[in-house]
Ligand binder design. Sequence first.
Ligand code: HEC
Length: 198
Amino acid sequence: MPNEETALERLRSSEKYQKLFATAFPGQAEPISWENLTSAIGAFERMLVTPTRFDKFIAGDDDALTNREKQGLEDFISNGCVTCHSGVALGGHIFQKFGVYQDYWLETKSENVDEGRATVSKDEADLNVFKVPGLRNISKTYPYFHDGSVRDLKEAIRIMGKIQLNRELTEEQVENIAVFFDALTGEIDPKYTENPHL
Ligand code: HEC
């Protein structure tokens, strides 16, 4: 585990991190351990959630979404987007083929075809399989797909309907889903993007 050792050595060489780890994991002979480091990173990442109006809606506040956004959520669910984009992040926890009904590059116009997981696993079943991305802050994180081949969110939504679900979404459905996606944009606490002063 050379990389793990390098990370631990680097942390141990900082007096500030020694103190911070000793405070966070009291009573341990060596607080800067791999296990504690991964727990600390997990605790940090769990704070990176960006609360949105969608979360308020899920928590029971019916007025948190506009009617249009509710319609978009409805379209997102009824068309089957949620079979892959599910959970708190609307994705982020499974791998799926990109291009279930048709080769993805015909729609994305990707210049280079990336075979996805098959490149590393050498398993035919992984051909064009990619991680299903979470959709929080999706309105802000263009360009889309693994190769950034699509710049326009509505185009990405249309392509998803066509090649993942074999559905030609109407312009209105695409619009509604895009409007719903705006409700997934949250604020990030600036504290979490500041450089640490060591
Ligand atoms: C069968 C699984 C599946 C279904 C159903 C599905 N998606 Fe996806 N979605 C994916 C995968 C896999 C990717 C990643 C493709 C890539 O990285 O190239 C993706 C990517 C996306 C992206 C781009 C995310 C980014 O950060 O680049 C958007 C937006 C999206 N999906 C929206 C939708 C919408 C809207 C629907 C319903 C109309 C839908 N998806 C249905 C599997 C699915």
